[in-house]
Design a binder for this molecule. Structure first.
Ligand code: ATP
Ligand code: MG
Length: 474
């Protein structure tokens, strides 16, 4: 709901250049609530699939009501995901077995630990064992069983190298030891339309491994859905907890860059802007995010965000001590990140002709606008005096005024910013840079939001539909 116009805001994230989204706000500002509202919308209005990574276990009731699958990963949980699961298709572009080997290598790296990680020989034996363990499945033999971690462990024990023993011993804890939760066949419905992975109450070691297995699951779900023509909306709540581990953090950087090409619509929710921007790599995540919900912010975070996004004082007032669910919404459909531009320097342009063009009639209102959707405008065309071929044009009030400008022939300086990816360019004031230009654009796209009241109504309406659908079915 727009705070100023009181209109409902409808936005399709999939239409953005990048559907990546972020919900930032201090604790209790309404991030999870806003994400739940969005995902109900996705559930009701589309056929898309939804994956939630939930470190607090607060999405379970909602997901259960939507008929989805809640998977609790914990030592005493009855739910199991087998990290060795693999789908070996016939015409896959990327080899699933190599990807699995890669995943299992990093899993062993986590398990073995230590600051040096795995040694080259250890990597070789693990890779060898992985291929042996999957041999029957890869050959498509009848009765071939999905392997478990235990099979990898036993295969490692059979190898002559002492290095293999070292890895096997480290794996033992997770196979026959007390942390054997990943040593079971998958007994949850991973193909459910809504899947929620709960990572609550895990110790440090187990959390890293659980995160790694979760990441693997999310990646493979996105790939499978993509092959079936469905998009996957992924929600990562309490994102700062997930970022603590470097392996997971680098995974998210990859999600932001690559998975979106596979129809993934990722959202990260966090109360901790400082941590988010602490590392240059993760900071990139924000640059590649075109959908941003900014809710009430702590004072220090507010300053950081204002600088990063170029928010004005007035706009800041919407995220200062605001109520739950109130804030700013960024929907940056048409804005290229600043680093997409190449600065070509300042050129001198002189006017050479006036031409009439049809432009959208934005001034007229009501009936007049409907009858005359376009109107004639007069553009004064400028060209670069050094012969580079760059052009610039500016609208004149009337044809006569335009002709006067051409006759006077006064030169104008403009900075040229080229966009190599599109082989196009724009011109800006000589004093501007790509950064200040895009910051200015962002500013224009910020919309003030008051979600609260109407949100609750929407939420209630969504529930009624869900309950009614259930009744119809039953
Ligand atoms: N749009 C809204 N309208 C009315 N109340 C809301 C709205 N959004 C959130 N609230 C209220 O604020 C409370 C906190 O919201 P929520 O749990 O989403 O916060 P959060 O930002 O996720 O906090 P945390 O960082 O602690 O997880 C909710 O229980 C709800 O009562
Ligand atoms: Mg929350």
């Amino acid at each position: 709901m727009n705070a100023l116009s009181h209109n409902v805001i409808m936005a399709d994230r999939k239409k953005l250049k990048s559907a990546n989204g972020m919900y930032l706000g201090s604790t209790g500002s309404g991030k999870s609530f806003a994400a739940k509202r969005e995902l109900i919308n996705v559930f009701l209005a589309t056929q898309d699939r939804i994956v939630i990574v939930d470190p607090m276990g607060e999405y379970s009731p909602l997901v259960r009501r939507l008929g989805g699958q809640v998977i609790e990963i914990a030592p005493d949980s009855p739910h199991h995901i087998n990290p060795m699961d693999i789908e070996i298709g016939l015409n896959d572009e990327d080899s699933p077995l190599s990807m699995k080997a890669d995943f299992l290598l990093s899993l062993c790296e986590l398990v073995v630990g230590g600051k040096d990680g795995l040694q080259p020989i250890e990597k070789t034996v693990i890779d060898r064992c992985v291929r042996l363990v999957y041999r029957e499945l890869a050959l498509g033999l009848e009765g071939a069983k999905m392997p478990l971690l235990q099979d990898l462990y036993e295969e490692l024990l059979k190898q002559p190298e002492p290095e293999a023993k070292r890895v096997a011993t480290a794996l033992e804890l997770y196979c026959t030891g007390s942390l054997n939760l990943f040593n079971h066949p998958t007994n949850v419905d991973l193909s459910s339309r809504v899947v929620c992975i709960v990572l609550k109450g895990l110790g440090e070691n187990l959390r890293k491994i659980a995160m790694h297995v979760t990441n693997e699951f999310v990646t493979s779900a996105v790939h499978t859905n993509y092959q079936n023509g469905a998009a996957t909306w992924c929600y990562f709540d309490e994102f700062h907890i997930l970022l603590r581990d470097p392996l997971t953090a680098s995974y998210f950087v990859a999600v932001w860059k690559m998975l979106r090409k596979k129809g993934c619509v990722p959202s990260a929710l966090t109360q901790n802007v400082k941590d988010l921007l602490a590392s240059r790599e993760i900071e990139n995540i924000l640059d590649n995010t075109d959908f941003l919900v900014l809710l009430s912010q702590a004072q220090s975070d507010r300053a950081i965000i204002a600088k990063q996004l170029g928010i004005s004082e007035h706009q800041l007032s919407y995220i200062t001590h605001s109520n739950s669910g109130e804030g700013l919404l960024f929907y940056l459909a048409a804005i290229l990140p600043a680093d997409s531009y190449e600065d070509k320097g300042v050129y001198t342009f002189s006017p050479y002709q006036v031409l009439p063009v049809q432009v959208q009639n934005t001034v007229a209102s009501g009936r007049d606008r409907r009858v005359n959707p376009t109107k004639t405008a007069y553009m004064v065309y400028y060209r670069d005096t050094s012969g580079s071929g760059y052009q610039w044009s500016q609208q004149a009030l009337t044809r006569e005024r335009g002709q006067e400008i051409v006759d006077a022939g006064a030169a104008v300086e403009r900075r040229v910013l080229s966009v190599p990816a599109d082989r196009s360019y724009i011109t800006v004031e000589p004093g501007q840079t790509a950064e200040s230009y895009t910051a200015g654009l962002r500013q224009k796209y910020i919309t003030a939001l008051v979600l609260a009241g109407a949100y609750v109504v929407l939420y209630a309406a969504a529930w009624c539909v869900v309950v009614w659908l259930k009744k119809e079915k039953g």
